[in-house]
Write a protein that binds this ligand. Structure first.
Ligand SMILES: Nc1ncnc2c1ncn2[C@@H]1O[C@H](COP(=O)(O)OP(=O)(O)OP(=O)(O)O)[C@@H](O)[C@H]1O
Length: 236
């Protein structure tokens, strides 16, 4: 696999394939993608492109271990070696998520009764950062994303879509994982907050992180992506 000028590979996807089995339709098999191959290197942001239903989110979910991998290989840089995600034990997957792969999903999975500040600080706490320091960094990120301070102590369940997305973005960006997956991180945001997310992505790149994202908004994609991998060429 060639290494780009930007850095070492953080993610190598080779011949990845996925079909969904529809049990309610008599076990009908719905092929989604096959032979997906690309890599993400340190310091670059790669966008997954292609029309709705092409399989972009499914690829992100396989990389994060949320969807089972039917064929091929997904390897993530881990302590000088590459760890295989296909068939990974849950314990390995949890460790990789804590230390190597961050993920900003489209929607925040709300945890009942946990205030927004602690939702955001949680990945740092999992890395072993002390509670006060983790909260201080969470506050700084929420302030940058213009989340009103009166909301920080409240659980995000009743927040607006855009407020929840900003909590989700802050939670995804606070950690120090070198690979970050982004599923439409700016979809519900206004222009000012979209610009903050674009800056956060640029900062991660400058730190040597690799990012793999879906950006429906063309302007955002244009601003952050170093290249686009068109998923239609892998349609099954
Ligand atoms: N859990 C699932 N069970 C069955 N089919 C699924 C599942 N997840 C995705 N699919 C199907 O796989 C195909 C690809 O979906 P996916 O969400 O990956 O596409 P996408 O390119 O991200 O689309 P969009 O841009 O609309 O988000 C779709 O036809 C979808 O219906």
């Amino acid at each position: 696999m060639p290494t780009s000028a930007t850095g070492v590979p953080l993610l190598i996807v080779e011949n990845l394939g996925k079909s969904f089995t529809l049990h309610l339709q008599g076990g009908l098999s719905l092929p989604v993608v096959s032979a997906v191959s690309f890599a993400v290197h340190a310091g670059e942001c790669v966008a997954l492109g292609g029309p709705s239903g092409a399989g972009k989110s499914s690829i992100l979910k396989m990389v994060y271990g949320n969807y089972r991998i039917d064929a091929g290989s997904v390897q993530v840089a881990d302590a000088g070696a590459m760890a295989e995600i296909a068939g990974a034990e849950p314990r390995l997957m949890l460790r990789l998520r804590r230390a190597r792969i961050g993920y900003v999903s489209q929607f925040l999975r709300v945890i009942p009764r946990v205030p927004a500040l602690d939702v955001v600080a949680a990945p740092l706490r999992a890395e072993g950062v002390a509670a006060d320091a983790a909260r201080a960094r969470a506050s700084a990120l929420l302030a940058r994303l213009n989340l009103p301070e009166r909301l920080w102590g409240l659980p995000p369940a009743t927040f607006s879509g855009g407020e929840q997305q900003r909590v989700n973005v802050a939670r995804g960006f606070i950690g120090s994982q070198p690979l970050l997956l982004l599923d439409e991180p700016t979809a519900s945001l206004d222009a000012a907050n979209r610009a903050v997310v674009i800056d956060l992505i640029a900062e991660k790149k400058a730190q040597g992180c690799g990012l793999l994202g879906i950006f429906h908004d063309g302007e955002t994609r244009e601003a952050v992506a170093d290249r686009v991998v068109d998923v239609t060429r892998f349609s099954a």
